[in-house]
Design a protein around this ligand. Structure first.
Ligand code: ADP
Ligand code: MG
Length: 254
């Protein structure tokens, strides 16, 4: 088995008077696709946002590639990281949101090159070559100079995936990437994600697409009320889960 890339131990996140994540623990191995399923409000987005450091955690710890997120060690003491270090750590992880969040005033190509040029400091030409390659890979070779408003939801989401890949992340988090799409556009996005999975990208995917989970995921985690109630091989969790509420959830979304 490949090495562990993400290790979350007892991650707790509270919002005023409310525990959104309650000691959530999960290992994600390099090259693995992990689907997170569970009812609305169970903490799935919050968990991804903690891994991507969009939220500060209140308890527990997360490591990516053996590096503790948000803290540095000095002797036997831990210190909070500076913003610049947090920004560096955040770049290890790409994120694709339910709403595509493209820059509306930039073309598809410019959406993909913006981060590599301005954040990673890549040469304009090299960034554009890489972006063209990525846009071709997501099936948008003929749409590179289109603005988001000139693209369908499925095309915009594929640009968002290319944009995430342009930052050369070690893993990509997807938060319900197809749930804002018209039904006929869902499969073109799932196909791109499947291709990405087959290329060996480590992916954590919050989704209600059970067909995708069944066909592509290596592991599935079921969340409820801020807890990871069941996690294991996709086949096992999706067909014979131990947790009765996980079984009921899977029956209901089918
Ligand atoms: P899911 O993605 O599984 O639907 P979320 O992670 O979005 O669930 O939310 C988990 C719970 O935390 C919900 O009850 C939600 O209302 C609450 N929550 C999420 N973000 C915030 C926030 N910024 N402030 C207060 N409560 C929040
Ligand atoms: Mg959510």
């Amino acid at each position: 088995m490949s090495e562990i890339l993400v290790k979350a131990i007892d991650v707790t996140k509270r919002f005023t008077g409310f525990t959104a994540l309650d000691r959530a623990s999960l290992d994600i191995r390099k090259g693995e696709v992990c689907c997170i399923i569970g009812p609305s409000g169970s903490g799935k987005s919050t968990f991804l946002r903690c891994i991507n450091m969009l939220e500060r955690i209140d308890g527990g710890a997360i490591w990516i590639g053996g590096e503790l997120l948000g803290y540095r060690r000095d002797g036997d003491r831990l210190y909070e990281m500076r913003d610049s270090e947090i920004a560096r750590q955040r770049r290890r992880t790409g994120m694709v949101f339910q709403r595509f969040n493209l820059f509306p005033h930039l073309t598809a190509l410019q959406n993909v090159t913006e981060g590599p040029i301005h954040v990673l400091g890549e040469e304009r030409k090299a960034a554009a070559d890489h972006a063209r390659e990525l846009l071709a890979r997501v099936g948008l070779a003929d749409k590179m100079n289109h603005y988001p408003s000139e693209l369908s939801g499925g095309q915009q989401q594929r640009v968002a995936i290319a944009r995430a890949m342009g930052m050369r992340p070690e893993l990509i988090l997807f938060d319900e990437p197809t749930s804002a799409l018209d039904p006929e556009l869902v499969s073109e996005v799932l196909d791109v994600m499947k291709d990405l999975a087959e290329s060996g990208m480590t992916m954590v995917v919050v989704t209600h697409e059970m067909g995708f989970a069944r066909g592509v995921a290596d592991t599935v985690a079921f969340m409820e009320a801020g807890r990871i109630e069941e996690v294991g091989p996709a086949k096992k969790v999706l067909s014979e889960p131990d947790n009765a509420r996980c079984a009921a959830f899977i029956r209901a979304v089918h």
